[in-house]
Design a protein around this ligand. Structure first.
Ligand SMILES: [Zn+2]
Length: 301
């Protein structure tokens, strides 16, 4: 398993007794709780530890979980949910197939009535997992093409497919009564996104799909994002979706005009994106990767 920076810091803190940070508060946080389990409104909230943000709805009449992170973090999610209710998970949704959203399915399946995802999500997850057959996986037990919904406890929950974007199998899960929607990795809030062209993702289609999402939800909808540049930006409003769409539009437009000027892929990938010079990377090389993906997509068409 790949050791992430966060894992490394955690290990570093444990080995050095916290002096590594010079902060006992931070040390004790890492020791006692490595995750955040936070309510937003109407018994709906987010869980963050490692991987894509998990959304949850927990009452004594119904429990919904959106995305699964990893088996070891999904275990912490279950412990936190059990503080709120003894009700089992009625539905576990996967917003899309990426491992940081689905690897925990294998742990959560024993607590969940069903796992629901878009048909392409399941197909892409199975395709990916063939490359690593040693790793046990669990897949959606119910798939949909356009939309799937259910009344769970006091919430009407609807999953909807708007078209290819980050992958070809992203869906949005909406708690209609609370008006909270989890958009998975359709939004990387205020940071460069990962564009999965091998998984059917496309900058141009992502731009179009976000347009449909902006039209479908309202200014009052509270959104949960799969990733963000900081913890506090993991939730937001339709304005954040508009920003994300503007970024994708600017990226495609800029690279298209650079290609027209006869610039090479290397030259294009080394420069800034006009209007987004202050956008921060979550991993080194993210901006370059975005520019290269845009180049490949535009040259291929
Ligand atoms: Zn993803």
């Amino acid at each position: 398993m790949k050791v992430t920076r966060k894992d490394f810091l955690k290990t570093g803190a444990l080995l050095s007794g916290g002096l590594f940070f010079g902060s006992n508060k931070m040390f004790s946080n890492l020791q006692t709780q490595t995750y955040i389990f936070k309510e937003l409104r109407n018994n709906i909230g987010i869980f963050t530890e490692r991987g894509g943000t998990i959304g949850w709805h927990a009452t004594n009449d119904g429990v919904v979980v959106i995305d699964a992170q990893y088996p070891e973090t999904a275990k912490n999610l279950i412990a936190a949910l059990q503080q709120k209710t003894s009700h089992k998970i009625d539905v576990l949704f996967n917003t899309h197939h990426h491992g940081d959203h689905t690897s925990g399915n294998i742990f959560l399946k024993d607590y969940a009535g069903k796992i629901v995802a878009h048909e392409n999500c399941k197909m892409l997850q199975e395709k990916n997992d063939k490359k690593d057959p040693a790793k046990p996986q669990a897949y959606a037990t119910l798939t949909f093409k356009e939309t799937w919904g259910a009344q769970i406890g006091n919430e009407k929950v609807t999953a909807k497919y708007f078209g290819p974007a980050h992958t070809s199998g992203d869906s949005v899960i909406h708690f209609e009564d609370a008006d909270i929607a989890h958009v998975g990795d359709l939004v990387f809030n205020q940071t460069f996104p990962f564009i999965d062209s091998n998984g059917g993702g496309s900058i141009k289609l992502w731009y179009e799909t976000l347009g449909k999402i902006i039209n479908h939800y309202s200014k009052d909808t509270l959104f949960i994002f799969g990733h963000a540049i900081s913890e506090s930006l993991l939730t937001g409003s339709i304005a954040d979706i508009v920003n994300m769409r503007s970024y994708l539009g600017a990226l495609a437009e800029h690279v298209e005009s650079e290609i027209q000027k006869g610039k090479s892929k290397e030259e294009i990938a080394a420069a800034e994106i006009p209007g987004f010079a202050n956008l921060k990377e979550r991993w080194q090389g993210a901006r370059k990767m975005n520019l290269e993906k845009a180049y490949d997509e535009l040259v291929k068409k």
